[in-house]
Design a protein around this ligand. Structure first.
Ligand SMILES: *[C@@H]1O[C@H](CO)[C@@H](O)[C@H](O)[C@H]1NC(C)=O
Ligand SMILES: *[C@@H]1O[C@H](CO)[C@@H](O)[C@H](O)[C@H]1NC(C)=O
Length: 175
């Protein structure tokens, strides 16, 4: 009887966990080109699919081939304005695609890879697309503290920042 009760409680817990007890969704997105003769954003849009699901679509046109990509990423957390949270990550995008050699970047990549056309090695040219991407808390190795976040990404081609994609999101842990 005790065992049955334990299993029952476990099932209840599991159900609670799976019923979307966590809110993890984007709240704003800004794409900016610093050099429109190279990068042009035709689409950069969030769409509310349901109350706790927001999808993100990006169409970026690369008018010239990109042979080297340096990604500068910084995660910010809101507390009287957005303040740096954790650390800055700078990495060689072409090398990451070839070797998947960073655990932290892999977390973001796992969230996002199946929604994008950038899962191939360099160079990149023409239309780059992120389609109906949304955040899934079950893809995170560990929950993050409840709060509002901003992921700033600068895209550096040929050693100069050419574009930025900045995504605001919120994480609410159910208590
Ligand atoms: C802007 O893009 C063009 C390619 O379209 C490139 O030749 C030029 O070097 C870029 N400008 C800067 C400041 O990087
Ligand atoms: C693209 O993704 C698939 C599935 O995740 C993977 O097997 C493949 O190696 C990836 N291709 C490249 C070039 O990274």
């Amino acid at each position: 009887m005790k065992r049955v009760l334990t299993i029952f409680l476990l099932l209840l817990l599991l159900e609670h966990y799976q019923s979307g007890a966590v809110i993890f969704k984007m709240t704003n997105a800004v794409c900016e080109s610093y050099n429109k003769s190279w990068v042009e954003f035709n689409v950069c849009r969030l769409r509310a699919v349901s109350r706790n699901k927001v999808s993100f679509n990006v169409d970026a046109m690369l008018h010239h081939p990109v042979h080297n990509v340096f990604v500068k990423a910084q995660l910010m957390k809101r507390a009287n304005g957005y303040k740096p949270w954790l650390y800055k990550v700078n990495f060689d995008g072409c090398q990451f695609i070839r070797r998947r050699n960073s655990a932290l970047i892999r977390i973001v990549w796992e969230l996002f890879k199946e929604f994008s056309t950038i899962n191939h090695t360099c160079p990149y040219v023409g239309l780059q697309r992120v389609k109906d991407f949304y955040l899934r808390s079950e893809k995170l190795p560990t929950p993050i503290p409840t709060g509002d976040y901003l992921l700033l990404i600068d895209w550096v081609f040929n050693k100069k920042p050419q574009a930025a994609t900045n995504v605001y999101f919120t994480f609410v842990e159910d208590l």
